[in-house]
Design a protein around this ligand. Structure first.
Ligand code: MRU
Length: 350
């Protein structure tokens, strides 16, 4: 596989692919302060739940690296909390971002007796660890998920749950990479994913680059392909999964799950444990990001496609009820329904 690094840390800078420029240009951004990281997250130069976790962790480090080493821990902690709050306000739905921030704060707290200069070193180490773990986690999920894929399967996916959305390999797309690596012949259908077109711009780009057979379709073509029996399985990623298995993912995922249920097509969610929210019982309390109307009316069009001032609703995610999900693929294995107790076991008995 060509080495595409969606996120990396070198010489004190966070290096990310500017995903806004794809597929036209493969351009990297070199971020050396937390404001730049927050801007990149808000503008979606970096996106996808696990990649956001990495960006948040390094963003937090960048935000405190110049804090005076001679101040006490309580001042340092105030600053840490403040920066974590700023980063946490950038995007609300992907829980991985908050998971990474919490992990960083915990690491600082555990070492509060140590000099500030030392705590900073621990925080940088923790951020690096978050990247490294995601790399391994994606590989493990891919291996487990691969058992669900048969030779000649035609797989539908939405948004981008691949290399670009993680540190490496991807979640849903990782399963596909692994299946192809094992010699299975796979066809992928990628939904374009209105309004930001992550499927059209990113998923097709990375799959094509890796020589995977991929066909782009508009979002409203999914039902017809299913009716024609052209889809065997659906694999998607996740941004936040409640304890009962209700799953927030890119807007349009719920549509797919309903259609899959109607057409009796297995619907799989591939996600690391960092995408499960231990504080949320069901999908009704998952915060859903609402983005600017501009993305719907104008962003990818030469001229606005709607009358000026038209009312627009632009929720970036939806919640798929757990009863429409066939199974979750995690780094600890495959979880089949009923989910609740199994998810709790995985999260709380680690
Ligand atoms: O708004 P985005 O592009 O950050 O949304 C991303 C998704 O919904 C992905 O499917 C999800 O993060 C899973 S990524 C491995």
């Amino acid at each position: 596989m060509p080495a595409i690094k969606s996120i990396d840390w070198k010489k004190g800078r966070l290096i990310i692919i500017d995903q806004r420029q794809l597929p036209q240009r493969l351009k990297y951004l070199y971020l050396s302060d937390v404001k730049e990281v927050i801007r990149a997250i808000k503008r979606m130069s970096i996106r996808g739940a696990p990649a956001l976790a990495g960006a948040a962790a390094f963003g937090l480090f960048l935000g405190i690296k110049d804090f005076p080493n001679n101040k006490n821990y309580s001042c340092f902690k105030k600053k840490l909390n403040y920066i974590a709050h700023l980063i946490g306000s950038a995007r609300p739905t992907a829980v991985n971002l908050f998971w990474a921030l919490e992990r960083m704060l915990e690491r600082a707290e555990e070492n509060k007796e140590k000099p500030i200069s030392q705590i900073k070193i621990f925080l940088l180490k923790e951020a690096r660890q978050i990247l490294e773990e995601d790399r391994l986690t994606c590989r493990k999920m891919a291996k487990f998920g691969c058992h669900l894929v048969k030779d000649k399967d035609r797989i539908l996916t939405i948004c981008n749950a691949g290399i670009l959305a993680t540190v490496d390999y991807g979640t849903a797309l990782g399963v596909i990479y692994e299946a192809v690596k094992e010699g299975k012949e796979i066809k992928v259908f990628s939904l374009e994913t209105r309004p930001l077109l992550q499927g059209a711009r990113l998923t097709t780009w990375e799959l094509k680059m890796n020589n995977i057979d991929v066909t782009l379709i508009c979002d409203n073509m999914a039902a017809e392909l299913m009716r024609r029996r052209m889809i065997d399985k659906i694999f998607v990623g996740a941004d936040r999964i409640a304890l009962n298995g209700d799953t927030a993912n890119k807007i349009g995922t719920y549509n797919l799950a309903v259609l899959a249920d109607f057409h009796k097509i297995p619907f799989y969610v591939v996600a690391p444990l960092s995408s499960f929210d231990p504080n949320i019982d069901d999908g009704s309390s998952i915060p859903i990001e609402e983005r600017t109307p501009y993305e719907v009316t104008s962003l990818f069009f030469k001229r606005s496609i709607a009358p000026r001032g038209i009312k627009v609703l632009n929720p970036a995610f939806d919640v798929t009820p757990h009863n429409l999900i066939t199974a979750f693929v995690t780094e600890k294995g495959i979880i089949k329904a009923p989910f609740k107790e199994k998810i709790k076991d995985l999260l709380f008995k680690r």
